[in-house]
Each structure stands twice: as C-alpha cells, then as structure tokens.
Design a binder for this molecule. Structure first.
Ligand SMILES: [Zn+2]
Length: 245
C-alpha cells in the first residue's frame, strides 16, 4: 500500500475511533443526566411527602384521605419503609398533630393510614388536655412546623363512660382525668340522647376551645396560622366525623 493511502487509512481509523469515543461519551453523559434527573425527581417526591410544610387545609385533607382508605380497606401504609426510617432519623417534619385517646382501637397512624414522621401524636385517656399536653402540642407547632392540630374523641370512650357514671357535682376523690372530663359531663346533663355520646362530643369541643385559648397557641390561632379542629372516631365504621365548633 502506498504511504499516502496507508496514512489516510490510519487517519480514517483514528477518526472513526474518535467518533465512537465521542458517541460513547455522549451516551454516558445522557445516562448520567437521566440518572441525576431521576434522583432529583425522586428527592422532590420524597421531600413533598416527608417534609410537608403544608397548610392546615392540606393537612386535614391528607388525614381524611388516609381515613377514607382505612375505612374502605384500601390502606397504602405510606412512609413505613426502611428508607423512610432512615430519612426521618435525620429529623422530623410531621404535617399534623393529633390529640387522641389512649384507647387501643384509636391509633392515629393506623386510622389515618400514615407512617413514620407523619403525625405528631399526643395520647391520653379521654383525650383531655392539661399543661403537659399543651406544651407537647406547642412543641409540634413552634418547632416542627405543624399547622393543624386535631382533637380526636371516639364513641363509647371508657374514660367518658367512667366520668358520666361517676359524675357528682362535688367529688373530691377522683383524679385529674375524670375532673378534666367533668365539664363536658356537666354541660351535657339533661340533654336528649345518649349521655356518653353527648359528653364525648362536648369534651372534644371543650378541649379544642381550651387549646385555642391557651397562651402558647392562641396567637397563632387568631392570626390564622394554626387550625385546631375536633373529630369523633366511630369504632364500628372507622370513620371520622368532623365537629363544628
Ligand atoms: Zn377513649
């Protein structure tokens, strides 16, 4: 082969290799771009679920949608993965706080079909409130960004039954839990209907009012930054009835 032709062939081979390398580099950078995009997208989706700096309305919607899934037997168990455990270990950003009864049949994470890091929960028999409860909820609002607090009573609540059955106008021997339930019993005495059902509902309304008027939370409620709502959980159907205060 003449020298010139030989050098042309070498040149062509070199160009072909350069083109192949270029194509490989382009393909690799495209793959990297796609990978980066998918990581960003996944992070964005996770962030939307895990760091829900959301309004009270959006938070209530999330809770009620979860409850609808629970009622329909179509639970999704969101945010209950190992990945979520690792994510929330770095810090919590719950989107709602719930004050519920200690009753084993009313765990908020289950009846609202939520997972780790979603709901800041305070539970005490009869879902009554005192300074400890207020300070716990205040922490979730001031330090964790919660903008919705739900007080959740439930039908046939044992604590309320005890308060209704043991109610006396002057009873100095009972503990603070029953004493905290007595205002609801007192307010519903003589009302038509089931006295326990009436007291359960009244208690939720009174606790909502107490929280909204508390020194820690009242300013944010007044400015509209924070919503405190009341609901009643039905043990039989699993549904939540939202109360109007
Ligand atoms: Zn209860």
């Amino acid at each position: 082969m003449p020298k010139r032709e030989a050098s042309e062939t070498v040149k062509q081979k070199g160009e072909a290799m350069a083109i192949r390398h270029k194509k490989i580099l382009v393909r690799m950078s495209m793959l990297l771009a796609i990978a980066a995009l998918s990581i960003t997208t996944t992070r964005a989706v996770i962030a939307a679920v895990q760091k829900p700096a959301i309004s009270a309305e959006q938070a209530l919607k999330l809770l009620l949608e979860g409850n609808e899934r629970f009622v329909a037997g179509k639970v999704e168990h969101p945010n209950q993965t190992q990945a979520q455990r690792a994510e929330v270990a770095k810090g919590q950003h719950p989107f709602a706080a719930v004050l519920a009864c200690s009753d084993s049949r009313t765990p908020p994470e289950i009846i609202f079909d939520r997972g780790l890091g979603d709901i800041f929960t305070v539970r005490v028999a009869g879902n009554v409130t005192d300074q400890l409860v207020i300070e716990s909820l205040d922490y979730s609002v001031k330090h964790l960004g919660v903008r919705l607090v739900m007080v959740l009573g439930h039908r046939r609540c044992g604590a309320v039954i005890a308060a209704v059955e043991g109610y006396e106008e002057v009873n100095k021997d009972v503990g603070p839990m029953l004493l905290d339930l007595y205002p609801a019993v007192r307010a519903t005495q003589g009302m038509p209907g089931d006295p326990v059902e009436n007291a359960v509902r009244e208690n939720v309304k009174l606790v909502v009012k107490t929280l909204a008027a508390s020194g820690e939370l009242s300013a944010m409620v007044k400015s509209g930054e924070l919503k405190i709502v009341g609901g009643i959980y039905d043990l039989d159907t699993g549904t939540i009835e939202m109360l109007k205060n």
